[in-house]
Write a new protein. Structure first.
Length: 156
């Protein structure tokens, strides 16, 4: 059984692991090996997540019965969803749905009426099923590697 709780600074290492596994496994189905390497990035991913956890955003982690982090999502004060990642071992089992339900309810409870996200190819399909619409394809570079995602939004 998967449950949700608020992100804690101590979750950064586990979140970094989920992020890397998701990008390398799920992302690799849609992006080239070079794009995946650029997306995963260099340096301490755990430190990047530690900074995000403590910067004032709201965030949730999905944990299994052994309290292992299996996914995470966040919501910034302006309605921006920066992170939604699920471990490939539990992908397709409703973890993202559980997290997005919580995130959208939290947004409503704080008066946020518009959510927006930059979604990868695999995330695009998930967000479309939830009623988000693509407003633009975003082509950009990470470390000199061309990659893309989609600007999407939803009115609550």
């Amino acid at each position: 059984m998967i449950t949700l709780r608020a992100m804690r600074e101590g979750d950064a290492e586990a979140m970094a692991g989920v992020y890397e596994r998701a990008v390398r496994d799920i992302g690799a189905r849609y992006y080239s090996a070079e794009q995946v390497v650029a997306w995963v990035g260099q340096g301490s991913r755990a430190e990047r997540f530690r900074r995000k956890i403590t910067d004032g955003r709201r965030g949730w982690v999905a944990v299994d019965q052994a309290n292992r982090v299996t996914g995470f999502a966040d919501l910034e004060a302006d309605g921006h969803i920066d992170l939604v990642y699920v471990d490939p071992a539990v992908a397709g089992q409703g973890v993202a749905t559980l997290m997005l339900d919580e995130l959208e309810n939290a947004a409503r409870s704080t008066g946020i009426t518009r959510l927006f996200v930059e979604a990868s190819e695999p995330a695009r399909r998930m967000f479309e099923r939830r009623g988000y619409t693509v407003t633009a394809r975003r082509d950009f570079e990470i470390g000199g590697v061309a990659i893309h995602n989609y600007a999407m939004e939803r009115t609550l």
